[in-house]
Design a protein around this ligand. Sequence first.
Ligand SMILES: Cc1cc2nc3c(=O)[nH]c(=O)nc-3n(C[C@H](O)[C@H](O)[C@H](O)COP(=O)(O)OP(=O)(O)OC[C@H]3O[C@@H](n4cnc5c(N)ncnc54)[C@H](O)[C@@H]3O)c2cc1C
Length: 569
Amino acid sequence: MTSTVPTAVQHTDAQPPITMFGPDFPYAYDDFLAHPAGLGQIPATEHGTEVAVIGGGLSGIVAAYELMKMGLKPVVYEADQIGGRLRTVGFEGCDGDLTAEMGAMRFPPSSTALQHYIDLVGLKTQPFPNPLAESTPSTVVDLKGESHYAETVADLPQVYRDVAKAWNDCLEEGADFSDMNRALRERDVPKIREIWSKLVEKLDNQTFYGFLCDSAAFKSFRHREIFGQVGFGTGGWDTDFPNSILEILRVVYTEADDHHRGIVGGSQQLPLRMWDREPQKIVHWAPGTSLSSLHEGGVPKPAVTRLDRTAGNRVTVTDSSGDIRTYQAAIFTAQSWMLLSKIACDDSLFPIDHWTAMERTHYMESSKLFVPVDRPFWLDKAVDDRGNPTGRDVMSMTLTDRMTRGTYLLDDGPDKPAVICLSYTWCDDSLKWLPLSANERMEVMLKSLGEIYPKVDIRKHIIGNPVTVSWENEPYFMGAFKANLPGHYRYQRRLFTHFMQDRLPADKRGIFLAGDDISWTAGWAEGAVQTALNAVWGVMHHFGGATDATNPGPGDVYDEIAPVELPED
Ligand SMILES: Cc1cc2nc3c(=O)[nH]c(=O)nc-3n(C[C@H](O)[C@H](O)[C@H](O)COP(=O)(O)OP(=O)(O)OC[C@H]3O[C@@H](n4cnc5c(N)ncnc54)[C@H](O)[C@@H]3O)c2cc1C
């Protein structure tokens, strides 16, 4: 079991698996990708036509790759690095090939469209050492100065199991958890839509914390407090308390926070390998064509600085080198706030309601700090004050209410150099680190952990400089990932459905939004992939193309599964 607090219905092999199939837009992206007919075709007269893809993160690279396979010529613009928030870095000042995942680091098996691409490029995954996960040797929960050592949830004091039960009861009582779980497993679209429509209407104005407070199961403040610290799945979720409860339900329904796996060698390899990959099935282009070979020097074009709508409903893109090019279609995958700040935009690019939605976009902040160490010393066995073995590891994956919040221990086998993520935080907890340098951060983290593990000298194992990030401080990101606040459902719906451009005025078509920001499951790479596939469908349709009748795309079945609409009055 991977959850700190188990969810109401546990997976058994007899049941179909949970996937990120809805609940807002229950479309089988995984089946669409696996179908031999492919994702669709464009008229031969359009073959070789350039399409701008702004942002070379996962969403942009997936979109560019699929457009290239259809015979279009994607022109990728990337301000920072291919990979975006799939950012894997090495450590200066120490030997070896140790890496740290500054953005995404653990992926649920329910991310089946993402998995399609992981398999395509031949990457391997391995269990990620989350709190109390089967592969995690031990976990320490340290709250209010009191530490509990646990190998399974059964080792924690009764109050933690009471909190787990309260969460299960609360989900059942307030969010039809078992029924939704069954419907998602069975891909029962009418049932998913029936349950979710009612919940969207009822809960769009509710915070995560308000949802807990409204539940009879969570009457106890103490239980809410503990729940906030240790949460479910990956640990503490109290920094999400002000967010819309709909965001949390999306995560727990789709098991986004469960059974996580890391990508061996780092997640950035995925977009990098796709950049170089020569697809076997490709229209118009010669065998051996790749995204890399379609770009001068094998690199994307630089940052976009200006976007204009020009005559004939074209999108004109200016980049930081001063190059100006005009396209019939463009896909924008970077964070929406870029359109408000770093990129000079023409108002006529989007309808006013979409601009409002982008302005209202709310981001989570997030900081991480990693250090390289000489070996996985945490697996050394502890002794008590008399020198007798306790049978415990000297240090464990740690959840705490101290500054560090979550500490992850990442090893690659005994006696090999290893990595510690000393701290991974969100929102206010992340902002606390913002003004501190990497070394100042590390000192505070070592002090916090020293209070939990007074007998362990972590510092003497450190073999290189720390690496750190605060995503809110990154000029081409400005935040970690979108998280809707109460009342944001309508904005989210506008942005997600933007690929259905027949519904927009003719002079607002041709630029397509995609990426984590407009996904229903922001903060999960699956959403970046799903929205990329929507945009690919949108571009294909824009050029007069169509899918094969045996493999309808997201836009073909849109009317049957469209996200519920709330009144605008
Ligand atoms: C701290 C953190 C932890 C996460 N953890 C997980 C996890 O464990 N599991 C999971 O599944 N997902 C996780 N995610 C989410 C996942 O990383 C994202 O969903 C995914 O990487 C987003 O891809 P994207 O292409 O939509 O956006 P991005 O990766 O942000 O790509 C957009 C690209 O646009 C570029 N850009 C910006 N401005 C311009 C410009 N003016 N011109 C050209 N290019 C521009 C950026 O440099 C960037 O490369 C995490 C994210 C963060 C930040």
